[in-house]
Design a protein around this ligand. Structure first.
Ligand SMILES: NC(=O)NC1=NC(=O)NC1=O
Length: 174
């Protein structure tokens, strides 16, 4: 699907396709739809990024809280969105040993206790070992810096989800 096809979508179809580019935050694509026609995929991405940057701290932390923990309850109970399931699988979180799951659980809750929002990272860009190390490193950051860093990771997740949606040809296209 090219950017012209994206621009031709009705609001409903746009939301149907792009509603989860930011995990469980359809308000964000819903809000930026008004800016079409988008010049390019990068332009669409920039409008999403600008909208997120315009939010107050509470809004940014709300976005972070909409993200499921890595190797968390949603993964164990099969309650992840398809996007998150694929991302967590790609990073190796779907086949951890029990002791690795409980290690991630305690790191995630330590992080959440310290910052008040969950640890978020673009899982597709690193493997599970690097991510665990990165979580431990980021535990030492300040809250402000950590919120901005986490929002940066949300934008990376969004960029990969957008590419996956826009650049992948529909399967039935020869
Ligand atoms: N807490 C998280 O970082 N969650 C996730 N990162 C991803 O890339 N996919 C997720 O579900």
């Amino acid at each position: 699907m090219d950017i012209n096809a994206v621009n031709a979508l009705s609001f409903e179809d746009f939301l149907e396709i792009f509603g989860n580019v930011i995990e469980k935050c359809p308000i964000i694509p819903a809000a930026i739809w008004i800016h079409r026609p988008f010049k390019s995929l990068a332009d669409l991405e920039a409008h999403i990024s600008d909208f997120i940057d315009s939010l107050p701290e509470a809004g940014k932390e709300g976005i972070l809280r909409c993200h499921p923990d890595l190797a968390g309850r949603e993964l164990q109970s099969g309650a992840l969105t398809r996007d998150s399931q694929e991302e967590q699988h790609a990073a190796g979180f779907t086949d951890l040993r029990p002791e690795e799951v409980s290690h991630m659980r305690s790191l995630n809750s330590e992080y959440k206790q310290r910052f008040g929002f969950p640890f978020v990272i673009c899982a597709r860009l690193s493997g599970q070992r690097d991510i665990t190390r990165e979580l431990q490193r980021r535990l030492g950051e300040g809250r402000e810096a950590e919120r901005e860093h986490a929002i940066g990771e949300v934008k990376k997740i969004c960029a990969l989800r957008l590419r996956n949606l826009v650049l992948s040809d529909p399967p039935n296209k020869l």
